[in-house]
Design a protein around this ligand. Structure first.
Ligand code: PEP
Ligand code: MN
Length: 290
């Protein structure tokens, strides 16, 4: 690997087991460990749109075997005229979904001023692709201390992404999940939404102690492509998948954010079953990672 990260001090050195060959430092969130022997499936709606929708999806993803729930109360939208999320009401709905299903919550925080509020409900604070280099936000979530899921900026190199993780680590938390979600390329839009950089899974495993999560949904942009990208991600050794789900029969045109790309719970169940057969510790490549 050509990439060298000479100025990293915290992320690379503070895990006692981190030496060559690199080992993964599992992250435990809401009682679920990510970075161990079996890939974790995190699933749920793109956006918390209503109590019924979120509780319905939460029940369905739990029944399908997912072990964490995702869903945005605060949404990073390209247009300021698009639905921005339910905000505090969305957080209450997520808290109710956790109380009912027992699934820990992964939800996005966009604003450094809202880290405490979102963090009072979240088990994992998601930093969205558009926020990856919002350095004050990275420092604030690092100080807060709950696990952080750090999405790769869609225009960011792996080096920039790992340096963003270093900001979080330096501010106080090593419980960082790196999340590949696709990058901009000349292919985008022709048959996907973003180009899923699967080799980055290997790079993160080699260069950091942090578990690597793949979000096949935002790379796909279409539900049909999600299962293949999910399977490929598991083949690369992803420690977890982050997947958007819609209820069967949902009117995709009426979903307020990312309606085309959510898979149905039956498809999710197939991915859960596939994941159960995978050992992220390099079994597929035949190379030990730990
Ligand atoms: C999301 O997870 O719904 C999301 C907004 O993702 P990203 O930041 O990767 O675009
Ligand atoms: Mn989304």
């Amino acid at each position: 690997m050509n990439l060298r990260l000479p100025d990293l001090k915290v992320a690379r050195t503070s895990h006692p087991g981190f030496a060559k060959p690199p080992s993964t430092r599992p992250v435990v969130a809401g009682g679920v460990a990510i970075g161990g022997d079996v890939p974790v499936i995190i699933a749920g709606p793109c956006t918390v749109e209503s109590r019924e929708q979120t509780l319905g999806i939460a029940r369905a993803v739990r029944a399908a075997g997912a072990t964490m729930l995702r869903g945005g109360a605060y949404k990073p939208r390209t247009s300021p005229y698009s639905f921005q999320g339910l905000g505090p009401e969305g957080l209450e709905i997520l808290a109710e979904a956790r109380a009912e299903t027992g699934l820990p919550i992964v939800t996005e925080v966009l604003d450094p001023r809202l880290v405490e509020r979102v963090g009072s409900v979240a088990d994992v604070l998601q930093i969205g692709s558009r926020s990856m280099q919002n350095f004050p936000l990275l420092v604030e979530v690092g100080r807060f201390g709950k696990p952080v899921l750090l999405k790769r900026g869609f225009g960011a190199t792996v080096e920039e992404w790992i340096h963003a993780a270093e900001y979080v680590a330096l501010a106080g938390t090593l419980d960082i999940l790196m999340c590949e979600r696709g990058i901009r390329s000349f292919a985008n839009g022709a048959y996907d939404r973003a180009t899923l950089d699967l080799a980055a899974v290997h790079a993160v495993r080699q260069l950091t102690p942090f578990p690597i999560v793949v979000d096949p949904t935002h790379a796909a942009g279409d539900a049909e492509l999600v299962p293949s990208l999910a399977a490929a991600s598991l083949g690369m050794g992803a420690h977890a998948l982050l997947i958007e789900v819609v209820l069967p029969g949902a009117d995709r045109d009426r979903i307020r954010c990312d309606g085309r790309q959510g898979i149905t719970p039956d498809v999710l169940r197939e991915i859960v079953e596939l994941a159960a057969c995978h050992a992220p510790q390099g079994a597929r490549s035949g190379r030990p990672f730990t």
